[in-house]
Design a protein around this ligand. Structure first.
Ligand code: PMV
Length: 372
């Protein structure tokens, strides 16, 4: 599959009146991390994630044909910009989000040329608290891509079947934020070419359709909110620092290798090996940040305190609970649902004290983009 195949545009019957569509898209947590990319949002290694359930973005996309607008007949400008859309978060206008959305619209225009024919209103809200340190870009761009693709399919004379719909949605979401490509379906999605995954692509994520052991089907992710401030270094900058990183190639090889091993673990249900791989991946991601030039640290003392306690608890109780981290200080605790009665009191009594205002979010694996 090449980019050009998404340029085959469907025949559409565009509406003459305005309307809206609402979709939800969840966040995801990577088990093997994507960190480092080439031009055009192409990952330097393959990654795989659990799609989440409770942490999601709900986006209502309103459209008004330009013919209904005072702008009718005006010459279109070259770049799409904030005269083509408005962004609202929790009902409040957010002009500061406009540059990111404008970049996204300009990147996807070749694949959805009809976006020029409308004035857009993007109303979005997240179930997780603002500034909780949980990245809203994965769920946000998956929701926006999902809403646009719902519209395209509803206007198409030859709608895409579900598999191709998901592929194009993931392809578009990737152009907003790489990890967003993995929020389209669930419970497990991989993205980036990998020799063990013949369907894998750098251009879109795929649902893992190999045999997955039952233990992983209802995995829990309890997110410990260690630091709810703005990230000190953005993901964009972090990815860029991988260009001249002395350990970049070893890191990309390690990720490819870990993904191969994880596929076997997901099939056989070896939760202890799962913990080993997932924790190595989390610490390698942060090791890349700590050894970048300039170096930086996103973990906080409470992140490390939790990591230590996780390892002690796992050894003492033989419970396969492990930690992972995204590009921030928060800790995701992953464990099979059947261990919740043992894990939850420990989180409440021992770990919540390391969280800001004692806060954590209970989540679990989920299914991806949904039309409301
Ligand atoms: O999607 P981005 O560009 O925000 O990158 C996010 C990368 C990590 O969350 C740190 C890892 C991953 O694979 O999701």
């Amino acid at each position: 599959m090449v980019t050009e195949s998404f340029l085959t545009l469907p025949q559409l019957e565009l509406p003459s009146k305005g309307g809206s569509i609402t979709v939800t898209a969840p966040s995801n947590i990577a088990l093997v991390k994507y960190w480092g990319k080439s031009q055009g949002q192409i990952p330097r290694n393959a990654s795989i994630s659990f799609t989440l359930s409770n942490c999601f973005t709900k986006t209502t996309l309103g459209f008004t044909p330009f013919s209904e607008q005072s702008k009718a007949g005006q010459e279109m400008v070259n770049d799409l910009d904030d005269s083509n859309f408005e962004v609202f978060v929790d009902g409040l206008s957010k002009p500061d989000f406009a540059p990111k959305i404008a970049t996204f619209f300009n990147r996807i225009e070749a694949y959805l040329p009809w976006i020029r024919s409308f004035q857009w209103r993007i109303d979005t809200e997240n179930t997780f608290p603002h500034g909780s340190g949980i990245a809203s870009s994965a769920s946000g761009f998956a929701a926006l891509a999902g809403a646009l693709m719902e519209l395209e399919n509803s206007w198409s004379l030859d709608p895409l079947p579900p598999e191709l719909w998901a592929q194009k949605t993931s392809f578009l979401a990737r152009l907003g934020s790489g990890s967003a490509s993995r929020s389209v379906l669930g419970p497990l999605m991989y993205w980036g070419t990998h020799p063990a995954l013949p369907a894998s692509s750098d251009l879109f994520a795929c649902i893992l359709d190999q045999e997955v052991h039952a233990v992983f089907i209802d995995y829990k992710d309890t997110i410990l909110l260690v630091d709810q401030g703005e990230k000190e270094v953005s993901s964009t900058l972090g990815h860029n620092l991988m260009h001249d990183h002395p350990f970049a190639n070893q890191r990309f090889d390690q990720a490819q290798d870990n993904l191969g091993k994880l596929l076997a673990v997901l099939a056989c249900g070896d939760t202890h090996e799962f913990c080993r791989i997932v924790e190595t991946e989390a610490l390698s991601l942060h090791a890349m940040m700590m050894t970048s030039n300039p170096s930086y640290l996103l973990m906080k003392p409470n992140t490390l305190a939790i990591i230590e306690k996780v390892r002690i608890f796992r050894r003492a109780n033989n419970v396969p609970v492990c930690f992972t981290l995204d590009a921030g200080a928060n800790v995701h605790l992953l464990y099979p649902a059947k261990f919740t009665p043992q894990v939850m009191p420990w989180i409440q009594n021992e770990l919540s004290g390391h969280c800001q205002a004692g806060q954590f979010i209970e989540d679990q694996v989920g299914q991806g983009v949904k039309k409301v």
